[in-house]
Ligand binder design. Structure first.
Ligand code: GLC
Ligand code: CA
Length: 558
């Protein structure tokens, strides 16, 4: 496999609205990101993905774009953006924008023109169907609940939206739409972006002709995924996009791809794949239910291990997967993947090392490096996220009491990850001098950048060590490019694997609070990472403390 410039990097996701506010309006902004670049550099980050900061009415927090060539005034100006790209470059860092092109906003001029003249050029930018009384064009349920069809204002037609009704789907079958998308990508890449994270991309190809599927809930609708399973030919769009945009710029691209069929993986991220890489969501989607969040299953340490190894095995070494613990759509990883009641510095560090040492490109989501946790919700009124509000309703409809419904959706709410970044133990966690747009997690007094920077035993410093190991001249070859083989795979509450390159490393995590003993397959030459001050070993036998994680260099190149 040919080596690429981005493979040995470390990436970091910023949710601009919640990162750092410089003008006291309670909303994070681009000048705030510029101010914190040195912090990210200190952590060891190279690639920064910004969730959308384009002009947007914010029906879905910026994932509804009304102008792809402008910055939303909430975040600053295009000059700020140019400055951010330049300041990042000075520090050898790369900025990624979020490419949201399955849909735009209903306030985009294309959509306004489609409403004004549905039979004209812009009508064909969207999926429009004639309105029939008492019947919808198809019975698909949108990701955020309800039908995917909505009346096209001022006309006798309806338009398709697989997400919110303020996010009309773009018709990728129309070459004019694709040209607009490529033009926009190239415009940004010419500005000096490192590349893009590509939003919801699997949705761009619909199974045509559009038709109904078997309903799967009492609402008579069916999950949109049914249609996507049947859709074929997305590769033509994605290959064209790659050839016209990313490839000539040698840009980096990471796809938000769900449900890709195993046999299609090489086409997506192998040599000359559509994307440089894509996220591994195997752990994130574990336990999901057709009925809704309220019915989802909790994940155990053994499940977590299985999900990671499954994703790694599928990938083999033909491509590079991007590993995450959380993102802006997920609860905080430490709250989800660590058994209830056991969330502490040691277990957070264990999870960090187990994920970070996997083969692939690690992404850190803002605050993850501090061990930020889910927020306590006291009432549904505290929720901002449209997806959580919908799932709350689904839970109530299923007969849960309001308390039960709140508890059920709180575990999954996207707001868990969207609370302001915790910089200090001062007012509003140092995020803003004004009123934060979303409540700060009350634990900011102990979990914050300022404290953790001072404390050599903090989660922050642990992440820094993991990053330094990945970049060290001595171990880089093995950590970045080495193979991964599970070790003692069947052992309960133990996640362990080899990374083999020019060195042999063993990563071992005791995924429980009780001690656990193992026998090393070879003598330990060096302890590279340890979340405890000591290693309790006797010859090759090793007694692991609760949630202890070790990265060891072994003597034998087995
Ligand atoms: C992606 C984004 C999510 C958004 C959706 C619609 O899944 O990550 O935040 O709501 O796409 O754009
Ligand atoms: Ca601001």
């Amino acid at each position: 496999m040919e080596r690429k410039w981005w493979q040995d990097k470390v990436a970091y996701q910023i949710y601009p609205k919640s990162f750092y506010d410089t003008n006291g309006d309670g909303i994070g902004d681009l000048p705030g990101i510029i101010e914190k670049l040195d912090y990210l550099k200190e952590l060891g980050v190279d690639i920064i993905w910004l969730s959308p900061c384009y002009r947007s009415p914010f029906a879905d927090q910026g994932y509804d774009i009304s102008d792809y060539y402008d910055i939303d005034p909430r975040f600053g100006t295009m000059e700020d953006m140019d400055r951010l790209i330049a300041e990042a470059k000075k520090r050898n860092m790369y900025i990624l924008m979020d490419l949201v092109v399955n849909h735009c906003s209903d306030e985009h001029e294309w959509f306004k023109k489609a409403c004004a003249d549905p039979d004209g050029k812009y009508g064909n930018f969207f999926y429009l169907r004639d309105k029939e009384e008492g019947k919808l064009p198809t019975n698909w349920r949108s990701y955020f609940g309800g039908s995917v069809w909505e009346d096209l204002p001022g006309t006798n037609k309806q338009y398709l939206h697989v997400f919110h009704k303020k996010q009309p789907d773009l018709n990728w079958e129309n070459p004019e739409v694709r040209e607009e998308v490529y033009k926009n990508i190239n415009w940004w890449l010419d500005k000096g972006l490192g590349g893009f994270r590509i939003d919801a991309i699997i949705n761009i190809k619909k199974a045509l002709p559009l038709h109904d599927y078997e309903p799967d809930r009492d609402d008579g609708l069916c999950y949109i995924g049914k249609m996507l399973e049947e859709a074929t030919g997305i590769g033509e769009f994605l290959g064209e996009m790659r050839d016209r945009t990313f490839k000539p710029h040698d840009a980096f691209s990471v796809g938000e791809v769900f449900n890709v069929k195993d046999q299609d993986l090489p086409a997506f991220i192998g040599e000359n794949g559509y994307f440089s890489t894509m996220f591994d969501f195997n752990e994130a989607i574990f336990g999901g239910s057709d009925k809704g969040w309220y019915d989802s299953k909790k994940i155990t340490p053994d499940d977590y291990k299985r999900c990671c190894f499954e994703a790694q095995a599928k990938m083999g070494d033909f491509g590079f997967i991007s590993n995450i613990i959380e993102n802006h759509d997920e609860p905080r990883g430490v709250s989800r993947y660590i058994p209830e009641g056991d969330c502490c510095n040691e277990s957070k560090k264990m999870l960090a090392a187990l994920n970070f040492m996997l083969r692939g490109l690690p992404f850190i989501y803002q605050g993850q490096e501090l061990g930020m946790e889910n927020v306590p919700f006291h009432s549904i009124d505290e929720v901002d996220d449209i997806s959580t509000l919908d799932e709350y309703k689904v839970a109530l409809d299923a007969g849960l009491s309001p308390e039960e419904a709140l508890a059920a959706v709180a575990r999954h709410s996207r707001d868990n990850a969207r609370t302001p970044m915790q910089w200090t133990d001062g007012k509003n966690a140092g995020f803003t001098t004004g009123t934060p747009w979303l409540r700060v997690n009350p634990n900011y007094t102990s979990i914050n950048v300022e404290e953790e920077r001072k404390d050599p035993g903090s989660v922050f410093h642990f992440y820094q060590k993991l990053i330094q190991l990945r970049k060290s001249p001595e171990y880089k070859e093995t950590v970045v490019y080495g193979t991964l083989t599970p070790f003692l795979e069947e052992r309960h509450n133990l996640m362990a694997y080899y990374r083999k390159g020019d060195k042999t490393l063993l990563v071992v995590g005791n995924y429980q609070k009780e001690e656990q003993e193992i026998t090393l397959p070879a003598a330990c030459k060096k302890v590279l990472i340890n979340n405890y001050p000591d290693v309790d070993s006797n010859g090759n036998s090793l007694k692991l403390h609760g949630y202890q994680v070790l990265v060891l260099e072994l003597t034998q190149n087995k």
